[in-house]
Ligand binder design. Structure first.
Ligand code: SAM
Length: 271
């Protein structure tokens, strides 16, 4: 029998934001695998938890992953934690989860704080449909493609950014977003928690030297969304008449009449 891989959410700043279950699991497991052992040690000391702690980060993930899988196969229970918040979101945890699934090892998530969820619920933007980008790529070509996608995104976009790169990212966004509204969720759950709302230009003006941890949320491209919805509804209308056995010309004529527009306008929409 193998042990269990627990994915344990830890606080994103305020040490009180940890669940009773997470504390119990951290006390019960055999090993805690942490992205940054010094950071996790602060949390463990605060809650007087003493456990073997091993590092699992981007630079040792290949070797450590195999080592941890071996331990799980030896029936040891492991808690995976990240620097802050929910593990596996934008950290190397994804690899060990994939490997554990391959090896048929049981995975148990222990829910708790997640930075982007708290930023999203406080943003006032659409929470039903959103695209989480994590960190933008540093590769110029990929970054350009991502920025283009964000420009046309019909859902709320969510980005993580390292403090020292925030200004550059905001400047890149300013070029594509014009007056679209954004929200910067800063230092969530910490003393200097705040939300900055406005266009990128306005935010850069009032907040030229970013400090601390940030999440950038970008409002959906509403204009494009309306067009897409309009397009979708015309297509549905088209299919409705098609099922009644009408020809293409007849359908266009019907739709134009239903909508009180010319046939040509409907043709243009299809194009
Ligand atoms: N696993 C984490 C989660 O639950 O979302 C995120 C880890 S990711 C490597 C780190 C990024 O999350 C930071 O660069 C920042 O964008 C965001 N972040 C983490 N804590 C934050 C906080 N307290 N306030 C604002 N952003 C935070």
């Amino acid at each position: 029998m193998s042990g269990i891989l627990y994915l344990v959410a830890t606080p994103i700043g305020n040490l009180e934001d940890i669940t009773l279950r997470a504390l119990r699991i951290l006390k019960e497991v055999d090993i805690i695998a942490a992205e940054d052992t010094r950071q996790t040690l602060k949390l463990l000391n605060h809650y007087e938890i003493k456990k073997p702690l091993v590092s699992y980060h981007r630079h040792n993930e290949e070797i450590r992953k195999l080592h941890l899988i071996e331990k799980l196969k030896e029936n040891k229970n492991i808690a995976l934690v990240s620097d802050a918040g929910t593990p596996v979101i934008c950290d190397p945890g994804e690899e060990i989860v994939k490997e554990a699934i391959k090896e048929k090892i049981k995975i148990v998530p222990i829910p708790g704080a997640c930075a982007f969820v708290n930023a999203l619920i406080s943003s006032g933007f659409n929470t039903k449909e959103f695209s989480f980008y994590g960190f933008l790529s540093l590769n110029k070509k990929l970054r350009k493609q991502q920025l283009e996608k964000i420009k046309n995104e019909t859902k709320t976009s969510i980005l993580y950014e390292a403090p020292h790169k925030l200004k550059q990212t905001l400047q890149d966004l300013e070029k594509i977003l014009e007056n679209r509204q954004i929200v910067i969720a800063r230092e969530l759950t910490k003393i200097h928690e705040e939300f900055l709302r406005g266009s990128v230009g306005q935010i850069l003006e009032i907040y030229p030297e970013p400090k601390g941890e940030h999440i950038i949320l970008i409002q959906a491209n509403e204009e494009r969304k309306e067009n897409t919805e309009e397009q979708r509804s015309i297509e549905e209308q088209y299919q409705y008449y098609e099922k009644q056995g009408l020809t293409k010309n007849e359908i266009i004529k019907k739709i134009a009449k239903d909508r009180g527009v010319t046939k040509n306008e409907i043709y243009q929409m299809f194009l």
